[in-house]
Ligand binder design. Sequence first.
Ligand code: SF4
Length: 173
Amino acid sequence: MQLAIGISACLLGQKVRYDGGHKASEFCLSQLQPYVRYQAVCPENAIGLGTPRPAIRLMKKTQGDIHLVQVSDASIDHTDAMHQFTEQALPAMSALAGFIVCAKSPSCGMERVRLFNEQGHQLGKAGVGLFTRQLMQRYPWLPVEEDGRLHDPMLWENFITRIFACHDYQQLC
Ligand code: SF4
C-alpha cells in the first residue's frame, strides 16, 4: 500500500526555489519514497513566479494582517494570488494522508518562519507559510510535518502513526 502524501516540490529535488536551486531531502527521497506516492506542489511556481525569481517574505502589517511580499519591493504583494491558488488546490488535497513541507519558507513553512514589519525589520520567527497556514486551517486533521523534523525518531513515529490513521479514516468515509 502506498499512501498519497503532498510534499513541497523542492524537497524532491525539483529546481523550483527562488535561486534556481532545490532542497532535496535525502530522507524523503530514499527512505520514505518506497512507501508513499508523492503529490508535489510548489506554491510559488503555481502562482506564476518563475525560477529564478526575486525572494519573498512574510510581512506583518501595522493592523496585524500577514502579507507575502517581495523582499526588494514590498509593494509587490503576492498574498491574494497565493490565497487564490490555495483555495483552488485544496479540494484535490482532501484525499491526502499527510503533507511534508519545506521548513522556513514564507509559503511552505509550518512554523518558525521569519516575520518582518513594514519597515523591513525582523519581528521574530512566529510566522507560518501562507500556503501551509491555509492548508492546516482547512484540513486540521491532516498530518503536516517539516522535512527536517522527520529525522527525529519520535516525531517520525508520530507522523507515520498519524498518516496511517488519516488514511484509514479516509477509507471509512
Ligand atoms: Fe516552492 Fe515551497 Fe519549495 Fe519554496 S519551499 S521552492 S514555495 S515548494
